[in-house]
Design a protein around this ligand. Structure first.
Ligand code: HEC
Ligand code: HEC
Length: 294
């Protein structure tokens, strides 16, 4: 693996970027903060911590319990379930391509992965292990001698930065392969960009503007999620309230729930049955390759 480093201006701050062989469709330069350069050592430690059940109070769950690699780094639950079957407030998001993210959590309250990654450990509804206890528990084992909270934070953030999804039929289509998408998916892509206006929020290589919008699901504004790998695992939305992709399309077709503060982009679409199924086919064509590590 060729890893090249350079300094770039990222969101106005001087940051480091690492060039890797990213899957087709993604930017090969991974922006990383200068305070946490991506190293193979950190990524390896981060991967071990990601699958480490001792980071939960009763040693039953790890990050991977709610972010299962085979399901696109999410799980099957409408709302995630932590230690002692405690039900969380939100559905577990797919944590893919987060290296390109600008804010984290459904409401964007964490501004960096470093700020985000240790919160689930301490969260009483998730892993419920106060951080000082988590550190001393691991440091007392021969597996993690002398580990510190900083080590955990930097390593978990580094590992999450390497989880990338791309190389889907859609990416092959964009790269010029005329056979990559079937007719239905091609119609769906057209609707996505025109009549459906999906592209107003699901834009760019990662199909998200990384901004908060009120789409009438639950109450309030939530971050536009990437649509990559969306067909791997439902249910959908921050509260898991829509079971299938067909339900999601019907939801947008009716212009969303008419709540106070609904985004102006949320309009009735009057899609035909063919256009609806085209959109579903297009969303399925966003399933590609997920890779992790350096
Ligand atoms: C009990 C299930 C559960 C566990 C365990 C869990 N998560 Fe999460 N994760 C969630 C949920 C739910 C959210 C969304 C929470 C919110 O928005 O408030 C989330 C959000 C995230 C996000 C933000 C993604 C984004 O796009 O905004 C990242 C990154 C993440 N988790 C990484 C981790 C890591 C690293 C661990 C282990 C230290 C972990 N998670 C453990 C359920 C879980
Ligand atoms: C106004 C901005 C906006 C527009 C327009 C929009 N979306 Fe979304 N989309 C969002 C936001 C924000 C969410 C998350 C909402 C939530 O969880 O409450 C979302 C969620 C989704 C999800 C669920 C993803 C998941 O991981 O749960 C799918 C699928 C989706 N949108 C597809 C579409 C399609 C298809 C269109 C066009 C018909 C579209 N969106 C138009 C902003 C938008």
């Amino acid at each position: 693996m060729v890893v090249r480093r350079l300094a770039i201006l990222h969101f106005g701050i001087l940051a480091a970027a690492v060039r890797i062989e990213a899957p087709l469709g993604l930017d090969a330069y991974l922006p990383t903060p200068q305070s946490n350069p991506l190293t193979a050592e950190r990524v390896t430690l981060g991967r071990r911590l990601f699958f480490e059940k001792r980071l939960s109070r009763d040693e039953t769950i790890s990050c991977a319990t709610c972010h299962e690699p085979a399901r696109g780094y999410t799980d099957v639950r409408p709302k995630s379930i932590g230690v002692s079957s405690r039900r969380g407030e939100f559905r577990s998001p797919r944590i893919i391509n987060r290296v390109y993210g600008k804010s984290f959590f459904w409401d964007g309250r964490a501004k960096s992965l470093e700020e985000q990654v240790t919160q689930p450990i301490a969260n009483p509804l998730e892993m419920d292990l106060p951080l000082p206890q988590a550190v001393s528990r691991l440091a007392a084992t021969s597996d993690y001698p002398n580990i510190t909270l900083d080590d955990m934070k930097l390593a978990l953030a580094s590992y999450v930065r390497t989880i990338l999804a791309g190389a889907s039929p859609y990416d092959h289509h964009v790269a010029g392969d005329k056979t990559a998408l079937g007719e239905k998916a091609k119609l769906g892509l057209k609707i996505f960009r025109t009549k459906g206006a999906c592209i107003r929020c699901h834009v760019g290589p990662n199909l998200t503007d990384e901004a908060l919008h009120n789409t009438g699901v639950g109450m309030g504004s939530f971050k536009t999620p990437t649509l990559r790998e969306v067909a791997r695992q439902g249910p959908y939305m921050h509260d898991g309230s829509l079971s299938t992709l067909e339900d999601v399309i019907d939801y947008y077709d009716k212009g969303g729930n008419k709540v106070m503060g609904l985004d102006a982009e949320m309009q009735e679409l009057h899609l035909t049955a063919e256009e609806k199924s085209g959109l579903v086919e297009f969303l399925k064509a966003l399933t590609g390759v997920i890779r992790e590590g350096l």
